[in-house]
Write a new protein. Structure first.
Length: 256
């Protein structure tokens, strides 16, 4: 690629591609998902319902596995290698809800889930405010739109494994991703009289995860540390992320 300057006839020479910058991430907006999960105490609620899935309490929990899979799907990953791709993003690991989760770890733990664990996951999710948001959204759209968005916005359109337990975890993670997206849609909208008037990723009452991914989650950013404080630097221009973070941080703490 040859770049030319503003003055006609003066070339800048051939563009060179330098070394990758580990402080850059293509999914800086994942910090909104992380802070939302924290504000909802989502992982804690799932773990309280699921209970232990292995004898040792070290390592990742069932709630972390489901949330990590959901985060990967929200980032656009639609295969089991998705968590590994997120894990390879050094800067992105600082803003993801479950850093360090490998695909092999996630699938290995998913195979340990029993029907009792899944009943617990449902009970745990029901204890969070994510369910209230999903109920709010569900009564403003059709069931077809919800499953369509889970299929084409998340990754419910195919089951990626030959193991039923892993496919079940992947499916549940898709629905958790849809619930997280529904809350983000609500936060980015203008609410009047309980009705969503405008929101990023909303089209005629249909929540569009793919649009939210483009407008919010896949926000390129550079992460730097200054004085012990992690700072996210965005490209010049208008961005949805700062406003969404401000709204999430103003939410009341979970009760109980």
């Amino acid at each position: 690629m040859v770049m030319t300057s503003g003055k006609q006839g003066r070339a800048r020479g051939r563009m060179q591609i330098g070394a990758a910058d580990p402080s850059l991430t293509a999914a800086g907006g994942m910090v909104a998902v992380t802070e939302l999960c924290s504000g909802l105490a989502l992982i804690e609620a799932l773990d309280a319902g699921i209970g232990p899935v292995k004898a040792r309490r070290r390592g990742f929990t069932g709630g972390q596995v489901l949330t990590g899979m959901a985060a990967a799907q929200l980032a656009g990953e639609d295969f089991l290698a998705g968590p590994d791709r997120l894990r390879a993003d050094e800067a992105g690991q600082q803003v993801t809800p479950v850093p360090g989760l490998a695909s092999s770890t996630a699938t290995g733990l998913a195979r340990r889930f029993t029907p009792k664990h899944w009943r617990g996951a449902e009970a745990g999710l029901a204890a969070t405010r994510a369910v209230a948001c999903e109920y709010w959204y569900r009564h403003r759209t059709s069931t077809g739109n919800i499953f369509g968005d889970s299929k084409h916005g998340a990754a419910l359109r195919h089951l990626p494994s030959g193991y039923t337990e892993i496919n079940t975890a992947w499916m549940r993670a898709s629905l958790i991703a849809a619930a997280i997206a529904a809350w983000l849609h609500q936060l980015t909208g203008l609410i009047s009289g309980g009705q969503l008037l405008e929101g990023h990723g909303t089209r005629g009452g249909k929540a569009m995860i793919a649009t939210l991914r483009r407008a919010l989650i896949l926000t390129p950013a550079r992460l730097v540390s200054h004085g012990g404080q992690l700072i996210m630097r965005l490209a010049p221009g208008a961005h949805l992320l700062p406003d969404v973070l401000t709204t999430i941080r103003a939410l009341p703490a979970p009760s109980g």
